[in-house]
Design a protein. Structure first.
Ligand SMILES: [Zn+2]
Length: 319
């Protein structure tokens, strides 16, 4: 085997590569901001104001980024998450501003209500006190409205992240009925109830006032459930499946890959912040560990990687 590891042979036989086209950068847009603000728990990451977002996207396009996923923080929250589907909402405005400058940029949108509801839950809740929980079927029309408003504003891919049963099918139907057959669905089909989301909640200001998300996100102990959920989403019409988080769930990634449709992996905020913290302390070499983490995610089967390291990686790939 060492013949294959001769120095000049190594690049010839490399099995996986990170390409610029593989990377999707998550952008936070906050309607309450006038100027971008650093996200404390994610050193190097920022929340942007609506009028800065197209400029930031342009900066990223210049170094070769092909796709962004947008997360919005609205000015107004209410019980029904109505600002999530307002045609002048934070995401809808941001999509139009980016599209105007960069028609070629692929815009993916997060379809969920947790940043738009007062209680921080992902949809409509029912019940009271201890039994309060997300109502699956009451929340589906809300997700349809959100996805449709994003498509109307120009989104290329909508990404339902609430893990509601039937959400992919109901969004597919309503997009098709409204003439948006060309809009893709990226389903958060394997979204685990992970402690790695902590820094994101800081960024998205989406802590909840009661309950938790364990009835709609998956138990980290479960692999078969992830495969069942992914197969269901595929049958409901998902174009791309997702595994989230990435690094602790590479086994899930490799089994979901076998379904045979494209798979995205989300290297989440906690994965980012752990690497950042160690490198800021001089304990690890950031560049080496980031590239190793991304190549491991690709090797496990990801076609696309959502990562907060995208901007740095794009620059490294040019060197
Ligand atoms: Zn949510």
């Amino acid at each position: 085997m060492r013949r294959q590891r001769r120095r000049k042979i190594i690049p010839l036989l490399q099995e996986n590569w990170i390409r610029k086209e593989d990377l999707i950068y998550p952008l936070f847009v906050d309607e309450n901001l006038e100027k971008c603000e650093p996200i404390k728990s994610m050193p190097g990451q920022f929340s942007y104001s609506v009028h800065e977002i197209a400029g930031k996207a342009e900066e990223l396009a210049l170094i070769g980024l092909k796709a962004v996923i947008l997360f919005g923080i609205p000015k107004n929250k209410d019980n029904t998450g109505s600002s999530a589907y307002n045609e002048d909402g934070v995401i809808q405005k941001s999509i139009r501003l980016i599209k105007e400058k960069l028609p070629e940029m692929v815009i993916i949108t997060d379809v969920c209500a947790c940043e738009y509801t007062e209680n921080g839950h992902c949809g409509i809740t029912a019940g009271c006190h201890d039994s309060i929980d997300l109502d699956n079927d009451l929340s589906l029309p809300l997700m349809e409205k959100i996805a449709l408003s994003h498509a109307k504003a120009g989104a290329d891919i909508v990404a339902p992240s609430s893990m509601l049963d039937g959400v992919v099918m109901s969004i597919r139907k309503s997009l098709d009925l409204a003439g948006f057959q060309e809009v893709l669905i990226l389903s958060y089909s394997s979204k685990f109830a992970s402690a790695l989301y902590g820094p994101f909640r800081d960024a998205a200001k989406s802590g909840f006032s009661f309950g938790d998300r364990t009835t709609y996100q998956m138990n980290p102990a479960n692999a078969r459930e992830a495969l069942m959920e992914s197969e269901l989403d595929f049958k409901e019409g998902a174009d791309i499946l997702m595994v989230k988080p990435a690094s602790f769930y590479l086994d899930i990634l490799s089994s979901v890959k076998k379904i045979g449709i494209p798979v995205a992996a989300y290297q989440v905020s906690g994965e980012y912040s752990m690497i950042k913290a160690a490198s800021m302390n001089g304990w690890i070499n950031e560049r080496a560990i980031v590239m190793e983490s991304l190549i491991s995610i690709k090797r496990a089967g990801a076609d696309l990687i959502l990562t907060y390291f995208a901007e740095e990686v794009l620059r490294w790939l040019d060197e």
